[in-house]
Design a protein around this ligand. Structure first.
Ligand SMILES: Nc1nc2c(c(=O)[nH]1)N[C@H]1C(S)=C(S)[C@@H](COP(=O)(O)OP(=O)(O)OC[C@H]3O[C@@H](n4cnc5c(=O)[nH]c(N)nc54)[C@H](O)[C@@H]3O)O[C@H]1N2
Ligand SMILES: Nc1nc2c(c(=O)[nH]1)N[C@H]1C(S)=C(S)[C@@H](COP(=O)(O)OP(=O)(O)OC[C@H]3O[C@@H](n4cnc5c(=O)[nH]c(N)nc54)[C@H](O)[C@@H]3O)O[C@H]1N2
Ligand code: SF4
Ligand SMILES: [Mo]
Length: 726
């Protein structure tokens, strides 16, 4: 008798990693007959994921099924004080309540606050816990618009760079990740490819096998830098000088692409005039390179084709990060690198995804709010100020009386942590946090609501490192009473008595809205016209129409016009900026908090409060397995031997790191001999959870709320400190 194959007790579900990472991996989740996820793996059929996940998410089931998950709504017990709580004892401050109780009590409280202080006294605070289109911003936006709550300017990550890029090119598009294979020269500029964008690495390896060189420009010796052909340990915040210096050499030696400049760009004569000041000698003085190195880099970049530039967001977390990104972004337009497959540059690909935000976010609901207009805008990068100072002047509007946090851990990730804390500790502030874990921020919450992970809800997603639209199907039932962001804000709207139909939309309906599905079943979004939901369901991932990796015809952005800039061209000179009284051209300005700033006498070291390779901002920092991977650098201060010696500090010493905003204790990490991870005058640390430190604070006690030149973004990498043995 022929044996018949038994039906598999497992099913495989297409999901998408929703963490704030350019790679947006296609994930295959294996679920057993009991509905338990038993395996996650990268989808081999997705051309960027290529069948593997990063070390953080390969261990994702440890996170999903962690015994520390928040599984039920929690309410702070009467009299339980707010503030940093010892890990493992957080639960003692809370009591379990039902969703009905939590939602009705929160609704009553928000209504009271709105009536008494005006709805703008309610501030949502969210970032990118999930970058799924629905989870990142949809029902929540509808809710706060209808409520009249303050609008949040989401600037903490990429705004300076995004605004800068768009000033030059009009749209966040760039060289496809897959095409890096064809490059002969790769520049990773403020881009920690190995740590934060690992799926670009195989493309770089392919290119190198074919003879390409990899040059890394980063003050810190990342794993990527250690593997490069040339690591340029540039001083923090001096990238604009280097890029303008490269253009100086390129133009002096006639290495520019006249035809491309003529056809595609605006303001070249003015730029040429400007770069004359940036001689290799002057650039060397600022950057810490030699003049010969500046020249060599310029020549190599301009004469090697295809040359691909991976510009990531490291450069723009700086006071003049906008100008720096503008200058760097102009390089491929000067050399015509865009014309070659495998050439050009990429900061982000997110401009390719024209989601139907109008329908998802419904700003028009603001007209039905008690304000009858869109509410004031509060910058998330100055949360400390918003909680402690906003409302002091009549023109500010009301003080913040309620904070509603989701998709974010501001007590760990927002700059100037001491100010943030002072704000969160205000006795009258009402704070709600929707979370998967009891984080630094939930220590200040009046209510904690349990949130789902991407295995437990459905979403649709684009990416900022590739061009695929992907559907993420729910693979398991929510754990405990965890609920998605969409569910939470839809329900809360019912408790607030909002009658609009849109608050009853299901996730399924909202995915159709995001895709703007037309009568014929196809999306009506630009670039998605060939996509039906049914096809996404079946295939999991579909490339945008202008980008088909299987086509022979390569996607060469910015090689034909008109572009989405005011002139329709690549803008070396921005009339728009000039009209605002700003410099129409990029220039180099040393940061206030840099070795050239006046505060450098008191605080002589430039501090880079970087991200951890094995965490995702503060996410994962609470998990034992991830912490083990990060152990070598965790709670360390990486120093150059010269700076350590000058302070009598040896490797392994306990040190105090401080400035006018705060102080932190870390353990010095000083390499002996060569191999320093930072250049002289620079020290570096890693982001984690504040409550993992004995003093209940992390490196953001040192960072400032000063905003960047463009986009009013955060400036985590323009910070001065002093260090001493503890
Ligand atoms: N493993 C891991 N992956 C992540 C994240 C994470 O926390 N961990 N975070 C995710 C998020 S939110 C984002 S926005 C992306 C960001 O991805 P990246 O842009 O790569 O992020 P950063 O690590 O901030 O910056 C990159 C590099 O810039 C360097 N840098 C700092 N200052 C300067 C400077 O002035 N000039 C130059 N040239 N380089 C400088 C830093 O040392 C760092 O190595 O990564 C995402 N992926
Ligand atoms: N010193 C320093 N500070 C930094 C940076 C740095 O490089 N150095 N980087 C900055 C950057 S680039 C960024 S983007 C920000 C990131 O700041 P955040 O966006 O706050 O990032 P995370 O620390 O990852 O916290 C996200 C939280 O969202 C939760 N979460 C995940 N999925 C969901 C969900 O579906 N629903 C809900 N309700 N919650 C969910 C997670 O459990 C996690 O606690 O940090 C910034 N802060
Ligand atoms: S964090 Fe990034 S690299 Fe890791 S699985 Fe998610 S998308 Fe992929
Ligand atoms: Mo970010």
């Amino acid at each position: 008798m022929a044996a018949q194959a038994a039906p598999s007790p497992f099913r495989i579900v297409h999901a998408v990693c929703s963490h704030d990472c350019p790679d947006s991996c296609a994930v295959l989740v294996t679920v057993d007959q009991n509905g338990r996820a038993v395996r996650v793996q990268g989808d081999p059929s997705q051309p960027v994921t290529q069948g593997f996940l990063c070390g953080k998410v390969a261990k994702y089931l440890d996170r999903v099924y962690s015994p520390d998950r928040v599984l039920y709504p929690l309410r702070r017990k009467a009299g339980a004080p707010k503030g940093p709580t010892q890990r493992g004892r957080e639960h003692e401050a809370f009591e379990r309540v039902s969703w009905h109780q939590a939602l009705s009590e929160i609704a009553v409280r928000l209504q009271q606050i709105s009536d008494e202080h005006g709805p703008e006294s309610i501030l949502p605070y969210s970032y990118a816990g999930t970058i799924g289109v629905l989870g990142f911003g949809s029902m929540d936006r509808r809710f706060f618009h209808r409520l009249g709550g303050s609008q949040l300017d989401r600037t903490i990550c990429s705004e300076a760079g995004g605004v800068a890029w768009n000033l030059v090119y009009g749209k966040k598009l760039g060289t496809p990740a897959e095409d890096f294979r064809h490059a002969r020269l790769i520049l990773a500029w403020g881009a920690n490819v190995h740590g934060t964008n690992i799926h670009l690495w195989p493309m770089i390896e392919d290119a190198r096998r074919n003879g390409a060189r990899l040059i890394v420009i980063d003050p810190y010796r990342t794993r990527t830098a250690a593997l490069a052909d040339w690591h340029i340990a540039i001083r923090p915040g001096t990238d604009a000088a280097l890029a303008l210096g490269m253009m100086h050499v390129i133009l002096r030696e006639g290495l520019e692409d006249r035809a491309y400049i003529q056809e595609m760009t605006h303001g070249f004569e003015r730029l040429a005039e400007r770069v004359r000041e940036y001689t290799p000698e002057r650039v060397a003085h600022w950057t810490g390179m030699t003049p010969a190195e500046v020249e060599q880099l310029a020549r190599e970049y301009a004469t090697t084709h295809p040359a691909a530039l991976r510009l990531n967001y490291g450069v723009q977390r700086a006071e003049y990060g906008g100008a720096a990104v503008r200058a760097v972004a102009m390089l491929p337009a000067v050399t015509g690198a865009w014309k070659h497959r495998g050439g050009g540059a990429v900061l982000s690909t997110s401009g390719g995804f024209a989601w139907n935000k109008r329908e998802l976010e419904r700003l028009d609901l603001a007209l039905d709010s008690p304000l009858g207009r869109p509410a004031r805008v509060v910058n998330m990068s100055a949360l400390g100020e918003a909680l402690t100072e906003l409302g002091a002047r009549p023109e500010d509007g009301p003080r913040v009386q309620a904070l509603f946090v989701y998709n974010s851990n501001p007590a760990a990730v927002a700059p100037n942590q001491n100010a943030v804390r002072r704000g969160l500790m205000r006795p009258e502030l009402f704070t709600v946090v929707h979370e998967q874990f009891l984080t630094d921020t939930t220590d200040y919450a009046d209510y904690v609501l349990p949130a789902t992970t991407f295995l437990e809800h459905t979403d649709v997603q684009g990416a900022y490192g590739h061009y695929f639209v992907q559907l993420s199907r729910q693979s398991i039932e929510p754990l405990g009473e965890a609920r998605s962001n969409v569910w939470l804000f839809g329900q809360l709207a019912q408790y607030m008595g909002f009658r609009e139909q849109c608050f009853r939309d299901t996730e399924e309906q909202m995915i159709r809205q995001a895709l703007a599905i037309g009568l014929d079943g196809y999306s009506t979004n630009v670039g998605m016209e060939h996509i039906r939901l049914e096809d996404l369901e079946e295939q999991g991932h579909i490339p945008l129409s202008f980008y088909r990796p299987q086509n022979e015809e390569p996607f060469l952005p910015f090689t034909s016009g008109p572009l989405a800039t005011p002139s329709g061209k690549v803008e070396f000179y921005s009339e728009k900026l000039a009209a605002q009284g700003q410099d129409g051209l990029p220039a180099f300005t040393p940061a206030t908090e840099s070795r050239w700033g006046t505060a450098a006498q008191q605080y002589p070291l430039e501090f880079l409060g970087r991200k951890a390779d094995n965490y995702m901002n503060s996410t994962f920092a609470n998990l034992e397995g991830h912490r083990k991977l990060e152990a070598r650098t965790s709670q360390r201060l990486e120093m150059h031997p010269a700076d350590a010696a000058a302070r009598g500090i040896a490797d392994g010493d306990a040190v105090r790191v401080w400035n006018g905003r705060g102080e932190l204790r870390l353990t010095a990490m000083v390499p002996d001999g060569g191999g320093a991870s930072v250049p002289p005058g620079v020290v570096a640390g890693r982001l984690d959870w504040a409550k993992l430190h004995p003093e209940g604070a992390n490196q953001n006690v040192l960072t400032s709320e000063r905003l960047s030149d463009l986009g009013a973004g955060a400036t985590f990498y323009s910070v001065l400190v002093e260090v001493a043995r503890a």
